[in-house]
Design a protein around this ligand. Structure first.
Ligand SMILES: [Zn+2]
Length: 238
């Protein structure tokens, strides 16, 4: 027997949250947040009442807000091709990229240019790899410089730290091991942003969750962190 597919889709608002309501022949309700904009989708059984939907959204409102912030924080997948003339950033400052073939790979700043010398200019991925190695070295130098300050400010010490190219977050903290990871992409943002992220991760050694207690520590150790976070999450920079 053929199942009859029934589905309706409409934009609506529940609990002050704008969402796309999809009604289907299913048993349970569920919520999804769709990147990159953080669109909220509520999928619900055909017969669920508006009251049921409202209650379900209210119950999950905190999760929705958290998830939306998280998704909008994600660094955007880079459309860069790493060719001469492109704009690339180091520590929040824009430079024009200049690519040339050479006997050894190297990246350096020369005036308003980032000069990428590469043995095999190959694909954008080859060029990105050399650039990322350079960003990694620059970021490691900067972390070596700023981490002790941030540890002094917060009164917490990381047992170890590392750099990783991450898609979804600027940093992470393994609270049990006191280890912090920082996103390679931070080398493109201002050093103020880097300090903010380091402090944020160290504050996790006091408080695991992003709650009022956590924000209290942030206000104390990094006044103005909200504005810095906004700058950090601006997408138009690269
Ligand atoms: Zn955090």
């Amino acid at each position: 027997m053929k199942a009859i597919k029934q589905q309706s889709v409409k934009k609506t608002v529940f609990a002050g949250i704008e969402l796309l309501l999809i009604r289907k022949r299913i048993k349970n309700m569920y919520l999804r947040i769709i990147p990159p904009e953080g669109e909220v989708r509520l999928t619900a059984p055909l017969r669920a009442s508006n009251k049921d939907l409202e209650n379900f959204v209210i119950k999950n409102a905190d999760w929705v807000h958290r998830k939306c912030v998280e998704i909008q924080r994600r660094p955007v997948a880079s459309p860069l091709e790493y060719v001469s003339g492109e704009r690339h950033f180091l520590w929040g400052i824009p430079y024009e990229l200049f690519v040339e073939q050479a006997k050894r790979n190297s990246v350096s700043i020369e005036g308003n240019y980032i000069v990428l010398k590469i043995t095999n200019a190959g694909t954008p991925e080859d060029r990105e790899k050399v650039m990322n190695e350079w960003y990694r070295r620059e970021l490691k130098k900067a972390i070596g410089h700023y981490l002790p300050d941030c540890e002094l400010i917060t009164g917490k010490q990381a047992s170890d730290w590392g750099v990783r190219n991450m898609r979804t977050r600027w940093g992470t903290c393994n609270v049990a091991k006191k280890r912090i990871w920082l996103n390679l992409q931070l080398a493109k943002k201002s050093t103020e942003c880097l300090k903010y992220v380091i402090i944020h991760e160290l504050v996790h050694l006091y408080e695991r969750h992003h709650n009022a207690r956590f924000h209290g520590y942030m206000d104390k150790f990094c006044p103005g962190w909200r504005e810095i976070r906004e700058k950090l999450n601006k997408r138009n920079e690269n």
